[in-house]
Design a protein around this ligand. Sequence first.
Ligand SMILES: [Zn+2]
Length: 208
Amino acid sequence: MNKNYDIVPNDPNGNKKVVLLTFDDGPKDKDMNAALIKILDKHKAKAIFFLNGYRIKEKPELVKLIHDSGQIIGNHSWDHIDLKKASNEKVDEQLGEVQKIVKELTGEAPQFFRPPFGSGGDYVKSRAKAEQMLYMTWSNGSLDWEMTNKNNDAQKVISNVLGQLHPGSNILMHELPWTVEALDSLLTRLADKGYTFVDPRSIELEMR
Ligand SMILES: [Zn+2]
């Protein structure tokens, strides 16, 4: 991963046409998680699910579902607060408690961290590193989070991603119904354009 949070090949001659798929703000709903996993499996794709601690506490079984299906759990802080405005102690707790609960549930602490709202700063970056996580925001926003139950459009999710598509795109999506609806077509379109899906486990945990 480079400083723009794009995924780049370690070998300069390696395949640059890759994307990283990520889903933030879960776990919310079993049917949505199961549907996302099913579509990812169909496309032989792995994604990072950046989860919040307070939601994990409500639905720990979904963390197991995601992990057991071979998808990757990321840390998205406990309360989804703006960490840039939080005290150092609060940051420690927001990151550390998620590490702890995910490790208890799955046996592995997350290796990836994404700050809510993309808002971190130097202390948050150093804490993520201390917790042995790679810090990332994103480089391709689906804007699915701007849509609502009354006003949403799966086709727009697809066109937003394709409109910003570039080699190494770190694609931000969310656990939302219209994103679930969009995903199968989106992944087909990406594959048709010659893109492959990065396995998050192959990402080096040091930034380049
Ligand atoms: Zn979020």
